[in-house]
Design a protein around this ligand. Structure first.
Ligand code: KG4
Ligand code: ZN
Length: 352
């Protein structure tokens, strides 16, 4: 049998297997991560090697440096994941990997590593979308959570409202027409002189400020489920530059707080509109910006007022990690989706 014939037989057999152990690989941006996840819900190990301290020096992720560090770290991350899980490579049933969306060079490291492992172990290789992975993070945090539900996807690469009709059936309800919300947080943080990644620093600073700053900004795309963040980003940047040019004092804490209030209002209002329009009563938040404390708090209030049940992943599964890739990969197997051959390559963009 060829590798692919054997992989297909094993892939099909996994649908009826009681315990399926997936080794998953994630390298789409600046985290090198490998996890071992059983049946989509039980995380045996989730090792995340972050490059944040390196990219901080440059104020953002430098793709070439990210790729080189993935290469440097990935074997050690695998060894650690196996050690923590108490499993060996022989215990694994399938290898899953993020093939997109993300930085091309960074993704290629994970994809080639996963292909090599799958081929050497004669195991099925499962190509997973990073966005689906972020949604899958919730299956780890909530063992009883099942589709259908509505998802607000808020990360550095994506901002969208997605109808999750089934584990592997997604419908786009609305999305950003320009910047992602994560980019907007990072840009505003940068103009305030805060370190990369800006989101968590804005979150922290905003707690010490008051919502008193008025930016030259009007909420765009009202009465739709689409977002636009470039206008808000520019309004905050202009506000700060204007103050600096006039040598006027400004309070960074208040700017962070007022900016965060506007962003979270926008996210909560449009997500609630989508819930109402579609009659959804379950809402899931996914992606790095889902770690934002004000978003979690405010969405909680909106959901309570509107009779919607809210699910937010525990913080460590909001930002990039391989456990979420292993979680959704299990449902790919059950839905007969994602089996890849050795021609698999990375994709910088992937549709929902
Ligand atoms: O999902 P993620 O780790 O990577 C992508 O798939 O893009 O998201 C990263 C984004 C960054 O823009 C980061 O600033 C933002 O998530 N982020 C936050 C917070 N934690 C991470 N934004 C606001 N508040 C936070 N607490
Ligand atoms: Zn991500």
């Amino acid at each position: 049998m060829t590798y692919m014939e054997e992989a297909k037989v094993k892939f099909d057999a996994l649908k009826g297997k009681e315990s399926v152990l997936i080794l998953s690989v994630e390298s789409s941006c600046d985290e090198t991560s490998i996890a071992l996840v059983e049946n989509g819900r039980n995380v045996l190990a989730n090792i995340v090697s972050s490059q944040i301290d390196i990219h901080k020096l440059y104020g953002g992720v430098v793709p070439e440096i990210a790729s080189r560090n993935h290469i440097k770290n990935i074997s050690g991350v695998l060894e650690e994941a196996l050690a923590v899980s108490g499993k060996t490579l022989q215990d694994i049933d399938a290898v899953a990997v993020t093939y997109g969306a993300g930085l091309m060079g960074a993704l290629l490291v994970g994809v080639n590593f996963a292909k090599t492992l799958a081929y050497a172990l004669k195991l099925p290789l499962i190509a997973v979308s990073h966005v689906h992975g972020h949604i899958g993070a919730n299956y780890i945090s909530y063992p009883d959570l099942k589709p259908p539900f509505l998802c607000l996807m808020v990360s550095g690469g994506h901002t969208a409202i997605v109808q999750v009709e089934d584990y592997c059936r997604f419908k786009l309800v609305g999305s950003t027409v320009d910047d992602s919300v994560g980019e907007c947080f990072d840009k505003v943080a940068r103009v305030l002189g805060l370190a990369y990644p800006g989101g968590p620093n804005i979150d922290r600073l905003a707690k010490e400020g008051e919502n008193v700053v008025k930016f030259n900004y009007k909420t765009p795309l009202k009465d739709t489920c689409n977002f636009s963040f470039s206008g808000l980003k520019t309004a905050v940047v202009n506000f700060v530059h204007n103050k600096e040019q006039k040598n006027e004092e400004y309070c960074k804490e208040d700017i962070a707080c007022s900016f965060q209030e506007l962003v979270t209002d926008e996210l909560c209002t449009k997500t609630m509109k989508a819930c109402k329009d579609l009659g959804e009563t379950k809402l899931v938040i996914a992606g790095g910006v889902g770690a934002n404390s004000r978003l979690r708090e405010k969405m909680g209030q909106y959901c309570q007022e509107n009779g919607v049940q809210l699910f937010v992943p525990v913080l460590k599964y909001c930002t990039d990690n391989a456990a979420m890739i292993g979680a959704i990969a299990y449902y790919y197997i059950l839905a007969d989706k994602g089996l890849a051959d050795l021609s698999l390559t990375a994709r910088p963009t992937v549709g929902i």
